[in-house]
Design a protein around this ligand. Structure first.
Ligand SMILES: [Zn+2]
Ligand SMILES: [Zn+2]
Length: 127
């Protein structure tokens, strides 16, 4: 796509032509047209965000909530990468009763070393 095409697309948008109509005119996917338009000059547009996972620019009209991913799939993938593919287990600490999350080690029983030691002291003689 040439710079000239982009200008024409932006002009068409400004004149109220729909994305799908422009896409048909240029024989391009609607998504491409949207991307071109989102990168064009847009004084009143929403601030553009970039997906934390794939880096794709996206726009959100959600207010009050920071959206960091362009789609749910990216969130899942990012989460998976960040946590090294380890599974998260939600457990309740038998000492303090706190619900905590452990990654990878499903055998971890206590939320902290302190709780582990407290349990050992309370539980007794073995050890
Ligand atoms: Zn993404
Ligand atoms: Zn605890």
């Amino acid at each position: 796509m040439t710079e000239r095409d982009k200008k024409v697309i932006l002009t068409m948008r400004r004149n109220g032509v729909s994305f799908s109509a422009i896409a048909r005119t240029f024989d391009l996917p609607v998504g491409t047209i949207k991307t071109v338009c989102s990168r064009g000059t847009k004084p009143n547009a929403e601030p553009e965000r970039f997906c934390v996972n794939c880096g794709a620019p996206f726009q959100t009209s959600e207010h009050g909530r920071e959206k960091r991913f362009c789609r749910r799939h990216c969130y899942n993938q990012w989460w998976h990468d960040t946590h090294d593919g380890r599974k998260a287990y939600h457990r309740t600490c038998p000492t303090c009763g706190k619900v905590f999350t452990v990654y990878g080690n499903k055998h971890q029983k206590y939320c902290s070393v302190a709780c582990f030691q407290a349990a050992r002291k309370a539980g007794g003689r073995s050890g």
